[in-house]
Design a protein around this ligand. Structure first.
Ligand code: NAD
Length: 405
C-alpha cells in the first residue's frame, strides 16, 4: 500500500492507495475517531458492486451505516439530489459527529462531498473513489459541488475529506472507456508538473492500459502527490491551483456544447489539452515535437485528440467558455505549457489564434469572442490573473517519491 499525505494543518489527511483496501474502511474510520452513525452514498452502478463490502467493514468496526444510492451519471449531480441526501440523513438522525462515505466516481464524490460540507454545517467526509478519474483527481483536494441547469459545478464548497481510501481492485470493473478517460487526467499531471512522469507514461502505457496493479499503484500515487503538492500551496485556487485546469477551458466548453452527451470529461479534456499544447507552442514556444508527443501519448491511451467543429459550433464553443468559472473581466485565461513538465497560468490568448487552433474556415475575431464573453451570465466567480509560474512552483519544497526518469 502507498500512503500520500495532504498536509493542510488541522485539515491534513492521508490518501491510502492499494489493492484490497475497501475491507479496511471501518478500521480506518475508527482510527480517525469518527462518530457511530454514518451514511455511504453511492450510485446505481457502484452500490451493487461495492456497497455491501463497505457496509460490512463499517459494521464490523462498530459503525451503523445507512446506504443512499442515486441513479448513476452526471444528471444526478444536482441540488435536488443533495436535498434527497439531507432528507435521508435527517430521517436517520445523523448528527454533527456522524460521517459520510462517498463510494463511487467523481459524480458521487462531488455530490456526497457537498452534502457532507453543508449538512449540519459540515460532517466528516471519507472519499472512497472507484474510478480512475476520482482516484487521481476529484477525491483529492476538497472541491465538492453540484451542477445548475446553466452550468457545471456552479454551486459548491472547498471541503477536505478526512481520508481518501483508494482500493485499486475496484478499478477492475470500470468500463474501458471510463478507464481511458481517467488516463487523460494522469497525462495532464505529467504535462503540468512532472516530465519524468510523462516519460514514464510513454514507456508504460501498455501495462497501464492493462490495469497492471503495480504500475497503477505507482502512477496513481504520483498523481496524488502532485495534486497534494499543488493543493497544499493553493488550497482555494487563488493562483497556482489553476494549473490543474490545463486543457479544461476548451474541454469544459466542448462538454457543454455537446450537452454532456458526446464526450466523457476525460475525452473532452484530451482534446482540450492538445488544443492548449498547440496554443502553447505559439505563445510560450512549446517545441512542436513536444506538442506531438502530447498528442501521441493521448492517442496511445485511446483518447480523442481533436473535435471537428462547424463555424457555428466554434461560436458556441466560445460562448460556452464565457460561462467557465475561470473567466475574469470577460477574458478567458489559459494554462499553457512552456515545455512538458512546466506550465504558466493566467495567459491571454488572442482570439484569432484560438479560432485557428479550433480549426475550420471562418475566422472568429477576438472582438467577437470578447462580445460573447462579456455577455456571459453564469460568471459566478473569478480568479485573479495569477502570476505564479511553474518556475516559482518548482522552488517550493517537494513531497518525496518522485518517479525515476
Ligand atoms: N472535485 C474535483 O476536484 C473534480 C475533479 C475532476 C472531475 N470532477 C467531477 O467528476 C465527475 C466525473 O467523474 P467520473 O469520471 O468518475 O464519473 P462518474 O462518477 O459518473 O463515473 C463514471 C461511470 O462509471 C461508473 N462506475 C464508477 N466506478 C465504477 C466501478 N468501479 N466499476 C464499474 N462502474 C463504475 C459510474 O456509475 C458511472 O456510470 C464530473 O462531475 C466532474 O465534474 C470533480
Amino acid at each position: 500500500m502507498r500512503i500520500v499525505k495532504v498536509p493542510l494543518g488541522q485539515r491534513s489527511y492521508q490518501i491510502r492507495i492499494g489493492a484490497g483496501l475497501l475491507p479496511t474502511l471501518g478500521r480506518e474510520c475508527a482510527r480517525l475517531g469518527l462518530g457511530a452513525r454514518c451514511a455511504v452514498i453511492s450510485d446505481s452502478n457502484v452500490a451493487p458492486l461495492y456497497a455491501e463490502r463497505a457496509r460490512e467493514s463499517l459494521s464490523e468496526a462498530g459503525f451503523a451505516p445507512l446506504l443512499i444510492t442515486f441513479a448513476a451519471g452526471e444528471q444526478s449531480k444536482n441540488p435536488r439530489s443533495v436535498q434527497l441526501c439531507y432528507d435521508e440523513l435527517a430521517a436517520h438522525r445523523l448528527e454533527r459527529g456522524s460521517f459520510i462515505v462517498a463510494l463511487g466516481g467523481g459524480v458521487v464524490g462531488d455530490l456526497a462531498g457537498f452534502a457532507a460540507a453543508t449538512y449540519l454545517r459540515g460532517v466528516a467526509l471519507v472519499q472512497a473513489p472507484t474510478t480512475l478519474l476520482a482516484a487521481v483527481d476529484s477525491s483529492v483536494g476538497g472541491k465538492v459541488g453540484v451542477n445548475l441547469k446553466v452550468g457545471k459545478n456552479l454551486v459548491g464548497a472547498f471541503y477536505q475529506p478526512r481520508l481518501v481510501l483508494c482500493d485499486l481492485d475496484t478499478l477492475r470493473t470500470l468500463p474501458d472507456r471510463e478507464y481511458r478517460a481517467g488516463l487523460a487526467e494522469i497525462i495532464k499531471y505529467g504535462i503540468i508538473y512532472d516530465a519524468a512522469l510523462f516519460r514514464m507514461l510513454e514507456r508504460q502505457m501498455r501495462p497501464l492500459l492493462g490495469r497492471d496493479r503495480k504500475t497503477l499503484a505507482r502512477v496513481v500515487a504520483r498523481c496524488c502527490e502532485i495534486k497534494a503538492d499543488v493543493v497544499q500551496q493553493d488550497e482555494r485556487e487563488s493562483g497556482l491551483r489553476a494549473i490543474l485546469n490545463f486543457g479544461h477551458t476548451i474541454g469544459h466548453a466542448l462538454e457543454a456544447i455537446s450537452h454532456y452527451g458526446k464526450y466523457l470529461h476525460g475525452e473532452a479534456i484530451s482534446i482540450g489539452q492538445v488544443a492548449a499544447a498547440r496554443i502553447s507552442s505559439e505563445i510560450l514556444g512549446l517545441p512542436k515535437q513536444q506538442v506531438e508527443r502530447i498528442a501521441s501519448l493521448l492517442r496511445q491511451a485511446g483518447l480523442p485528440c481533436e473535435a471537428r467543429l462547424t463555424a457555428s459550433q466554434r461560436e458556441q464553443l466560445l460562448s460556452a467558455m464565457a460561462l467557465d468559472k475561470k473567466v475574469t473581466a470577460g477574458e478567458v485565461k489559459f494554462v499553457l505549457a512552456k515545455r512538458i513538465g512546466t506550465v504558466e497560468f493566467g495567459k491571454k490568448v488572442p482570439g484569432d489564434l484560438l479560432a485557428r487552433t479550433l480549426g475550420g474556415g471562418k475566422k472568429l475575431r477576438w472582438q467577437d469572442a470578447a462580445g460573447i464573453l462579456a455577455s456571459g451570465e453564469a460568471r459566478t466567480r473569478c480568479i485573479s490573473a495569477g502570476s505564479v509560474t511553474s518556475e516559482q512552483r518548482s522552488q517550493a519544497p517537494k513531497e518525496q517519491g518522485r518517479l525515476p526518469p
